[in-house]
Design a protein around this ligand. Structure first.
Ligand code: C2O
Ligand code: CU
Length: 455
């Protein structure tokens, strides 16, 4: 994993100069990743607009989406390729795209009013960046609640030399389905939850690759194959528990970063997290892939693993969970540079529901955008300790960097409710202004964010 290596910086440094605060011994250098100007290896045009989705034969609704598709078109490039995406905004509202998980140069990170002006209706904006490191990512609008209207799609950066062998792969985008216009709960109203708790939006179901469980996507496999499944939690307010009937899953990547393989029968992921797993197709039949909302009552999202030999039929359901993935099971194959030993700077942050009448969520009592930036210096080893004073989970996501959590390298991590504590460490190697926030979109929109600002 080369996040700060010579080749990465050489390719990305552009005209940027050396910043104060970098190592004097000539070892590590921290240079702003300026916008890539070389010719793209891959150019894509995306139009954000409204259109009709049909998540089941009898169900259709108008949503917002890219290229008239939900989920949006899969973008797939090779590690190190320069990807250029021209976004045309055909919505009536301003929008942006964020490349969730990819440590892009700051000017193309897609955060409105932090890294760019929102793209007005009728305008275009081009995002160009080098796609690295390899991994399973996704892209989505970063304006307001637009992600929950359907403005999302998978981004796959393929390894040049895969460390996992597999015969075929499927991308599995798991989402919560909100047909209408998303709204923030108004204060203490909108049923239950109380001061400390929370209310989920009125979801009409749970989707895999845009399908409701009555018409699930089918993943064909042949006996003897190793099948890679790239799971993306693109939901806006849902923690999913995932199981596959009849098969053990070998987890090979967490948030795109390779881990030592772990065998489990289920994993849990919060909004913004990704897991890659491999299954061995040694159990012919028709089997359900099931994603249950851990915090909701909707019927589980479903896909079907279908052996060529099986000849259809209804899928077998997964049995109960006995061996669920824990963060402590994850051991990254590579290590993150610049985060060993004691940190140069530590932030102790409390995550909680705001006091008062309106619906707000806070970090250390402040609701973004009326919140102080977290200031860091280039090359620092930064630690963030989070304590969750609310009963609900917060999947916390850091832009522009990977972080170390336990023995894993991730970019999004669930902080459990009821005084759950999680500590992350990152190397301040990507100067700019980066959002750090809860990926529950409603919490984000109600203030649960801070800017990490390099000074
Ligand atoms: Cu998917 Cu600010 O992130
Ligand atoms: Cu949250």
């Amino acid at each position: 994993l080369q996040l700060t290596g010579a080749s990465t910086l050489g390719a990305l440094a552009g005209c940027a100069g050396r910043l104060p605060g970098t190592d004097d011994d000539g070892g590590r250098e921290v240079t702003p990743r300026s916008t890539v100007t070389s010719d793209p290896d891959s150019s894509v045009s995306l139009t954000a607009g409204s259109g009709t989705i049909r998540p089941a034969p009898e169900t259709s609704t108008t949503n917002w989406m890219y290229e008239g598709q939900y989920p949006g078109p899969e973008l797939r490039v090779q590690e190190g390729d320069v990807l250029s995406v021209e976004l045309t905004n055909s919505l009536q509202k301003a929008t942006t795209i964020h490349w969730h998980g990819v440590p892009v140069p700051n000017p193309v990170d897609g955060v409105p009013n932090v890294t760019q002006e929102p793209i007005a209706s009728g305008e275009t904006f081009t995002y160009t960046f080098r796609a690295e490191p390899s991994g399973t990512y996704f892209y989505h609008s970063h304006v307001g609640l637009q992600l929950d209207r359907g403005l999302l799609g998978p981004l796959i950066v393929e390894e040049r030399e895969p460390h996992v062998e597999y015969d075929r792969e499927y991308v599995v985008v798991v989402d919560d389905y909100l047909p209408g216009e998303p709204e923030l709960p108004s204060g203490s109203g909108r049923g239950g939850g109380g001061m400390m708790g929370d209310v989920r939006p009125p979801y009409e179901g749970l989707l895999i690759n845009g399908r409701l469980p009555e018409d699930p996507p089918r993943f064909e496999v042949a006996e003897g194959e190793r099948v890679r499944l790239r799971f993306v939690n693109a939901g806006s307010a849902t923690v999913f528990g995932v199981r596959i009937a009849g098969h053990e899953m070998t987890v090979t990547h967490a948030d795109g970063r390779p881990v030592e393989p772990v065998d489990v029968d289920s994993f849990v992921f919060g909004a913004g997290e990704r897991y890659d797993v491999v299954i061995e197709a040694t159990n012919p039949g028709t089997w359900a892939v099931q994603a249950d909302a851990l915090d909701g009552n909707e019927p589980p999202a479903r896909a079907v693993v279908e052996y060529e030999s099986a000849g259809g039929g209804s899928p077998q359901r997964p049995s109960s969970v006995s061996n669920r993935l824990q963060y402590g099971d994850l051991r990254s194959i590579s290590s993150l540079d610049g985060v060993s030993g004691e940190p140069d700077r530590t932030f102790d942050l409390t995550l909680s529901r705001g006091r008062g009448q309106s619906y707000t969520w806070t970090i250390d009592g402040q609701a973004y955008p009326d919140a102080d930036p977290l200031q860091v210096r280039p090359d620092e080893h930064v630690r963030i300790r989070m304590t969750n004073q609310s009963p609900v989970v917060h999947p916390m996501h850091l832009h522009g960097h990977f972080f170390q959590v336990g023995n894993a390298i991730k970019d999004t991590v669930i902080v459990p409710g009821h005084r759950g504590q999680v500590t992350i460490d990152f190397h301040a190697d990507n100067p700019g202004r980066w959002l750090f926030h809860c990926h529950n979109l409603y919490h984000l929109d109600a203030g649960m964010a801070r800017v990490v600002r390099y000074v």
